[in-house]
Each structure stands twice: as structure tokens, then as C-alpha cells.
Design a protein around this ligand. Structure first.
Ligand SMILES: Nc1ncnc2c1ncn2[C@@H]1O[C@H](COP(=O)(O)OP(=O)(O)OP(=O)(O)O)[C@@H](O)[C@H]1O
Length: 326
């Protein structure tokens, strides 16, 4: 396989991407401060991949999406999407990228769902007959068909969000950017939305930003953790979890204070604390420590115990360290 073949299969290639904002303070007579939102980001996303971008508030996720969608330009580095440079070839690229943000912004409430999709199709120059067919198909696939000719103002929040998704798909984009698309949805709305993302992923590449670890775990092929504008790790959700398998949890019920103090002192125990439900949680950080903790518990007559491995959320908190709370 030639080098070119390899390049063609990557939907996104980001090299040394930096982005700085200049923030002016009114009080200090316009004195400017520089805010580094992205700092030397390298990332590749394969065609057809569903890639998750995870990070706390202010990590740089939205800035990253805006650069990929050609809305913002990089301060340093380069970004190629579908083989095209996001700055030099922005015009050609734009119709090939769909963007869906969370929340209720950007909907025209007096239009019906179908009218709204036709309006967006016209803005992007989609031929009328194609737009009509595509709108009907999307309304159907996103379970909006029954309400397609009702005004958007009568839709539930979940329906509005699904209409946002449909809008992002009217050009049949090859790259879909979903920026916290389930933010503000209730658990059932979020679940329905995720099912639809899974259904719609065929034939396109998706970048999904989220705070929700379970969402990333459920949907994504690979996940990039971003913190303070830098990439912390890019892994499959399973590998990310496995990176921390030496970290285990032992939960025990019926542990007295003396035993709790003893557990805290065991070499390799990172933390042992009593939780509000009365169970004691012991976090271990090296091979064999959980076994030693279990032995100690059993010797003391404690038999209500359970062990578990960290999920992606814990992996995330662990890898980001103090930045997770930034
Ligand atoms: N227009 C702007 N002017 C100045 N600073 C900005 C601007 N937009 C973003 N920033 C700063 O850049 C950093 C990254 O912000 P960004 O919105 O990309 O993060 P995020 O990961 O999307 O956060 P969130 O999860 O809260 O949406 C933050 O420190 C933010 O305050």
C-alpha cells in the first residue's frame, strides 16, 4: 500500500495545532491577555471512525470543532479535513462538513421541521428535489415524521435536538461534528439520540465532543482526552480503561474504625474511606494489593465485599489529575 492510500483513509489530520485568543480587559484600559485554548495538538481520525473528544470545561473542545469546521483559523500548525486544508480550501470543504451543537440555538420556531430542513438545504445549494427527498428520509430516520409539518415551537427538547441533527445532515456531509449534542437532554432523550447516532454513522466520519464518559464509552471507536489545550491520550475506550486495570476498587460492608485505619496503612492502598451508605471503599494502585486487602478483610470476619475495575470516567479523572476540576 502506498503512502497516498494511507493518507486518503484519514478524514482528519491535525499537526501541531495551536490556537490563542486575545482577551481585552475593559477595566485595565484595554490591556490584552493571551489565552491559549489549544497547544500543540496532534490527532488523526480515520475515515468512518466515530471519534470522541473528551475534556472538562475550557479544555479546548469547542475551539477544536470550530477550527475543523473552518469557522476559526489556527494560530499555529495545520489541519487537513478530507485531504483539504481548512484555511486554504475552506470554501470547498464547508459543504462536506455538518455541525450539530447542543442546546436550542439556531432553530426557527415558526417554521415546521420540514420547512426548516428545506430552508437549510437551500442555503447550502442542495437541489430542490434532492432536498425534499433527503428531508423526508431524515425526518423519518430521526423519528420526526409524524410531527414534520408542525411548528418547531411545539416540539419537545429531544425532538428539537433531533431536528438539529437532521439539519447537520441535509448536505449529506462526510464529516459530522457533534458538539455536546446530548447536553440538556433527559436520560431517555439522550438514549434515543445516541441510538440515532449509531444508526447514522454509516458512510461518514463523526467527531463527538462530550463530558459524558458513558456516552463516549458506548459510541466511540476511539477517544481523545484533552485537558488544558493538550492531548492527554488517544485510545479505544477499552484500552483507556485497561491502562488503569492495576487500579482496583474493593468495597466492604461492616468495617470498624480500627480496621479502616489498618486498611489505610496497607502498602499500595491509595485511599480508604467510609461512604455515606456505610460501605468502605478501598482504592488500590498496584498488582496484588487488592488480594492483600481482601485477605485482611476476611481475616477480620468481613464477608460482604465486592471488587470492581475503574470505568472510563475514573480513567479520565486519573489521567487528567487536578486538571479535571479546572
Ligand atoms: N472568544 C474567546 N475569547 C477569549 N477566550 C476564549 C474564547 N473562546 C474560548 N476561549 C477560552 O479558550 C479556552 C478553551 O475554550 P473552549 O470553549 O474551546 O473549551 P471547551 O472544552 O469547549 O469548554 P466547554 O466544555 O466549557 O464548552 C477557555 O479557556 C476559554 O475561556
Amino acid at each position: 500500500m502506498s503512502e497516498d492510500d494511507g493518507t486518503a483513509r484519514r478524514a482528519v489530520v491535525v499537526r501541531g495545532l495551536g490556537r490563542t485568543y486575545t482577551r481585552r480587559r475593559r477595566l485595565l484600559r484595554g490591556a490584552a491577555t493571551e489565552v491559549v485554548a489549544l497547544d500543540g495538538v496532534d490527532l488523526e481520525i480515520a475515515e468512518g471512525e466515530l471519534h470522541g473528544l473528551l475534556g472538562p470545561n475550557g479544555a479546548g473542545k469547542t475551539t477544536f470543532c470550530k477550527i475543523l469546521s473552518t469557522v476559526l483559523t489556527p494560530s499555529t500548525g495545520s489541519v487537513a479535513v478530507l485531504g483539504m486544508d481548512v484555511v486554504r480550501e475552506a470554501r470547498r470543504l464547508r459543504p462536506l462538513i455538518g455541525v450539530v451543537m447542543g442546546g436550542e440555538r439556531g432553530l426557527y420556531y415558526r417554521l415546521t421541521g420540514r420547512e426548516f430542513l428545506m430552508y437549510w438545504s437551500a442555503l447550502y445549494g442542495v437541489a430542490d428535489a434532492v432536498a425534499r427527498r433527503r428531508a423526508a428520509d431524515l425526518l423519518d430516520r430521526l423519528r420526526l415524521a409524524e410531527r414534520a409539518d408542525d411548528r418547531i415551537e411545539t416540539y419537545s427538547r429531544g425532538m428539537k435536538q433531533r431536528l438539529h441533527l437532521a439539519r447537520g445532515l441535509v448536505t449529506d456531509p462526510r464529516l459530522l461534528l457533534l458538539d455536546e449534542p446530548t447536553a440538556g437532554l433527559d436520560p431517555i432523550g439522550a438514549k434515543t439520540f445516541r441510538e440515532m447516532i449509531s444508526e447514522l454513522r454509516r458512510d461518514r466520519t463523526i467527531l463527538l465532543t462530550t463530558h459524558d464518559m458513558a456516552e463516549a464509552e458506548q459510541l466511540c471507536d476511539r477517544v481523545t482526552l484533552i485537558g488544558g489545550g493538550k492531548v492527554i491520550a488517544t485510545e479505544t475506550p477499552a484500552t483507556l480503561g485497561a491502562a488503569l486495570t492495576r487500579h482496583e476498587r474493593v468495597d466492604a460492608h461492616g468495617v470498624g474504625d480500627a480496621l479502616l485505619a489498618e486498611l489505610t496503612g496497607v502498602a499500595g492502598v491509595l485511599a480508604a474511606e467510609r461512604r455515606p451508605d456505610g460501605w468502605v471503599r478501598v482504592e488500590t494502585g498496584a498488582d496484588g494489593v487488592s488480594a492483600a486487602v481482601l485477605r485482611l478483610l476476611l481475616d477480620a470476619g468481613v464477608t460482604r465485599v465486592r471488587t470492581s475495575l475503574p470505568d472510563l470516567e475514573e480513567a479520565y479523572a486519573h489521567l487528567l489529575g487536578p486538571r479535571a476540576d479546572a
